[in-house]
Design a protein around this ligand. Structure first.
Ligand SMILES: [Fe+2]
Ligand SMILES: [Fe+2]
Length: 266
């Protein structure tokens, strides 16, 4: 019997656009891995990141062309959750891509990012259902085109990818989500509060996985990880990410106080 292979499944998820297939296959891969029925043997050549395929909808717009939204109207709330659904959708690709693209790493690396891919797929489904209850589906509104650019820029190396994706983009979620939870709490929208709380909890885990692998691989390659982090942010982020930073959650997610101090320095 042919055994399913993680890299074959990754390639299918990255190169096909059908959303429900992607969600099903992602969950299937995680289940196989948990039953020890997934092969992690390297197979196939790695395709260029420009081969990645996204669905026709949503229409992607540059951040400056995105309509402004406020969550205190129902259309604003739908726009907020649509933007979040898009972030989660791209996050599924980001998790698949990091494990597909960077080979020769310990099997635990691949298991960790498969777990992340499956959790991102769950986040996407939960948020999409929440949107549907508001009368809006994923793809009905335009979405931000910038998220995947960081993946393309950092396809050159796993340390750059880890610094920019989990330890910069996903870490940003730890800073802003608690404030959003407070806003929905004030509105008495407990469904949104519970949803965002669940997502935030998992996201702390994703950044923590990112920090763990960043430090482990820096050490293996003989780099001081804090110094390397600063270098990679300066090179790939185009200046420092904006604060305010949630120190408490970032520390849980594997940042050092010195790294956060450096981020805060202007
Ligand atoms: Fe997520
Ligand atoms: Fe995530």
């Amino acid at each position: 019997m042919a055994v399913d292979n993680i890299f074959t499944i990754a390639e299918t998820c990255l190169h096909h656009t059908d959303i429900s297939e992607k969600l099903k296959l992602t969950h299937h891969a995680r289940e196989l891995a948990m039953k020890n029925q997934l092969s992690f043997n390297e197979t196939g050549s790695v395709q260029a990141i420009t081969e990645t395929k996204f669905p026709d909808k949503p229409l992607l717009l540059a951040p400056r062309d995105m309509p402004k939204r406020r969550i205190n109207s129902s259309s604003g709330k739908a726009a907020f959750f649509h933007a979040l659904a898009h972030i989660e959708f791209v996050a599924i690709y980001l998790a698949w891509d990091i494990l597909y693209r960077f080979r020769g790493l310990p099997v635990e690396f691949y298991q960790d990012w498969l777990q992340v891919a499956d959790e991102e797929a769950q986040h996407f489904s939960l948020i999409r259902n929440h949107l549907l209850e508001m009368g809006c589906d994923y793809g009905d509104l335009p979405a931000h085109s910038g998220l995947w650019e960081h993946a393309e820029d950092t396809a050159v190396g796993v340390l750059a990818r880890l610094a920019i994706v989990p330890r910069c983009m996903e870490a940003r979620g730890l800073d802003v989500t608690p404030q959003m939870i407070e806003k929905f709490k004030k509105q008495g929208d407990m469904q949104s509060v519970n949803l965002l709380t669940r997502v935030l909890e998992d996201e702390v885990g994703h950044v923590k996985i990112g920090s763990f692998w960043f430090k482990t691989l820096c050490q293996q390659q003989g780099f001081e990880h804090q110094q390397k982090y600063r270098e990679l942010i300066e090179k790939f982020y185009n200046g420092k990410p904006k604060g305010p930073f949630n120190r408490e959650l970032r520390i849980i997610a594997g940042f050092s106080n010195a790294e956060i101090d450096w981020l805060e320095e202007r």
